[in-house]
Design a protein around this ligand. Sequence first.
Ligand SMILES: [Cu+2]
Length: 464
Amino acid sequence: MTVLTRRNLLRATAATGLAGIGASIVGKLSGFAAAKPEPLILKTASIEAKLTDGAPTKNVLTYGEAGPPPVVRMKKGEPFAARLVNGIDDPTTIHWHGVRVPNKMDGVPFLIQPHVYQGDHFDYAFTPPDAGTFWYHPHCDTLIQTGHGLTGVIVVENPNDPKFDSEMVINLRDWRLGDDGQFIEQFRPRDAARSGTFGTVRTANWLNQPQYDAPAGGLVRLRAAITDVTRIYAFRVEGAEAVVIALDGNPVPQRFTPDALQLGPGQRLELAIRMPDEEGAIVSLRDVRGTKPKILATLRAVGKSLKRDMRDLGPLEVNPVAEVDVADAKHISLALSATAENLPSDGICGSLGYSFWAINKVPWSGDTPDPTAPLAELKLGKSYVIDMENLTPHLHPIHLHGMSFKVLSSSTRQVQPFVSDTYLIQPNEKVQLGLVADNPGDWLLHCHIIEHQKTGMTSYFRVV
Ligand SMILES: [Cu+2]
């Protein structure tokens, strides 16, 4: 039996020769790349930041020199480049969550790329095929590095989008801080085995309930990303007409009012909000989940009313995601469960020292003949339907790297056929997700409650 070590895993991955770019949609688009753009420098740093009313918090991590990681802007179909420079003590990488990049740009250490150690750099370059709201974060030591701040929002612009009067980008996340405003332990095993360990301080753009100005009577495009490691939100807007126009980077087939709309870590919400006509009127974005509802951020109407109408807004352009051929699709069954095992395991890029969760009864890395084997091998260009069942009493935002899927059906609720990279599966729900395996390489599939990911709910698909 092969013993899993990080070195072995990297070697195994290199031996498959899958890291290169094949005839994928992403590859095709990036094949016509124009002039090489100047790379955006994303340098990790450990800083002090004001996150509470008390003393500044030490050992906060960011990209840049101060404040939250920048909103990274890209253009659909145009080459993008970034240089990750590692200025912190621990090794890191960048994963571009939801962006369909070539495999070698996906930022998963050991499976795909080596670690970037302190003082080193790594150049990322790709052409985003889809417009929408995405986000970026490390994919190593994820609980600590994202828990301490390394989560930024990506906006991929499309010149064909309808015109809004204002745009807001909101990065939603918590911090595990004690009364003195300093970090406390990032997780508790008993919580990791349930819905995860929650933060103690909740923020939007690293602020407690920030307020932003927006034109009275205008149309606002609000882009929110849940970059927290644990928290599931239930969104509602008060004080204005608001409709969901996109989820997880893709336009929704039918717009709807967010009425306690549940979204989990890794997911993104795009709203069109029609501001009130009266100057000074306040619109609030709320999380109404659980016993402690929270106003996340507010918008204040300013100026003379622009008198816009929600019906002025044309549709968002659909992203070029291949249509799944359901009749011809091969089915892949995935059962999400708790595991009775409680053994330390060396998962991809570190472990929390526990194993609480499993996919098809195998916690990563499980006691299988080949612990580095993929969950399934998919044929390039073929259609697949993932039949995913949640056997646990908890919700899990399951995220697939590298490819988008379409939600086909659910056993427990009416679902729109929306396109996504992250599905928040409910307890006892069975869901069918359709996809075309059009991007070659090794692609992680994992729960985005990071403690669940790190204690077994992780695996990967291989597309060849
Ligand atoms: Cu989970």
